[in-house]
Design a protein around this ligand. Structure first.
Ligand SMILES: [Mg+2]
Length: 382
């Protein structure tokens, strides 16, 4: 109700005076508010872990906060995206999961994950064998982007006898190997993976089995993509993010993909004459924020049924980044510059009383709900 009170104050004098005053909860009111002549001039990017969710649990009043961006009929009225370094499932599936956890209707378009930029590399590797690493469904993620010959590292390693000398001690291995349907699907697309060169490796999400993955990655990367063969030129290696740590259910932070990257790099550089080459995506990379701005424009267009917003003319006056990690979310928004405005919550990695020393945010709040309160007050009153 608070937002409606805010909106009433802003529009009470001019816009609504000449018409019969509609109910504030009616679709008519929102059409007046976000008319074609006045599309939202702001957009919002939410980090997920530590801001909206901890594990699978909503935090900081996140379902209530997000609902304020929809009208009474459930139609999206404020362009927003999820800008996370996380991943491991296709964006379409993540949108459904988030929708059910946060109780709002989310478009796949609104979900930008750490590995989303991998789709820009489809042309380069479309028909070549690539290996996808990480928890969840990394091969399905890559297939949905258009990569035609992709194996998860679980599947790939299973073709090589004794590639992991510790496999017999890993109790979970039998369960993973039982996933025959996924394996046979990819066999149909691949030649014998043992004799086929791996053209690139994509670390899409957090590695589940560091010891096996570091071993197999070193095998692939040191041999030009042919484990067990001679030393050769390193194939390209891509990481979805470079987060050293993230906030999960455990009280203190957990090691993230950046920590795994350090481990791979340290081992590789100790056993190989040339230093490891790799590319990392994800926040705080400025290109991620530039891409988010483009996606927000598409979301804005979808809010207006694609016909009321001219993307060439409409520029966002303010883009809000709401995050919990100063060195990722806030650093990224600061580097991206105008029109980004950074808001730091205290529900995740950052727990300080004041602002962060090294990467101070434009605003620090306790919860995402407070952040949304602030945004709607600022956009609608001042
Ligand atoms: Mg976070």
């Amino acid at each position: 109700m608070k937002i409606l009170q805010i909106l009433r104050r802003k529009f009470s004098s001019s816009q609504i005076r000449s018409t019969a005053t509609p109910s504030l909860s009616s679709p008519f009111f929102y059409r007046q508010l976000y008319s074609s002549s006045n599309p939202a001039s702001f957009g919002v990017a939410f980090d997920i872990d530590g801001v909206l969710l901890r594990g699978s649990n909503p935090i900081g009043g996140s379902p209530r906060a997000l609902k304020r961006f929809y009208d009474a009929s459930g139609t999206l009225k404020v362009p927003y995206v999820f800008l996370t370094n996380g991943g491991g499932v296709p964006e379409s599936k993540r949108a459904k999961e988030l929708g059910s956890l946060l109780d709002v209707n989310i478009l796949p378009l609104q979900v930008i994950q750490g590995h989303s930029p991998f789709k820009q590399l489809v042309r380069r590797f479309e028909n070549e064998l690539v290996v996808a690493v990480g928890k969840g469904e990394p091969a399905e993620v890559m297939s949905e982007y258009g990569f035609k010959d992709v194996l998860s590292i679980d599947e790939y390693a299973s073709y090589f006898d004794n590639i992991d000398p510790l496999a017999q001690y890993k109790k979970w291995t039998d369960k993973q190997d039982g996933n025959q349907s996924s394996k046979s699907k990819h066999i149909a697309l691949s030649n014998d993976p043992c004799s086929q060169r791996v053209a690139a490796v994509f670390v899409a999400s957090d590695s589940v089995d560091w010891s096996r993955d570091i071993q197999v990655l070193c095998d692939i990367l040191r041999t030009g993509g042919l484990p067990g063969k001679e030393i050769a030129h390193q194939p390209p290696l891509f990481f979805a993010n470079d987060d050293l740590a993230y906030q999960a259910l455990f009280p203190s932070e957990r090691l993230g993909m950046g920590a795994f990257r350090i481990a791979v790099e340290s081992v590789f550089n100790a056993i190989h004459p040339a230093a490891l080459k790799y590319t990392s995506y994800g926040k705080p990379n400025p290109s991620v924020f530039k891409n988010a701005e483009t996606v927000l424009m598409h979301v804005l267009q979808s809010c207006h049924n694609n016909n009321q917003v001219d993307g060439r003319k409409q520029l966002f006056k303010t883009l809000y980044m709401i995050g919990d990690n100063p060195s990722v979310d806030i650093k990224g928004a600061r580097q991206a510059g105008s029109p980004w405005f950074s808001i730091l919550t205290r529900t995740g990695v950052f727990k300080g009383k004041e602002n962060h020393d090294d990467f101070p945010a434009d605003l620090v709040v306790d919860t995402v709900e407070e952040a949304v309160d602030y945004i709607l007050s600022k956009e609608c009153i001042s």
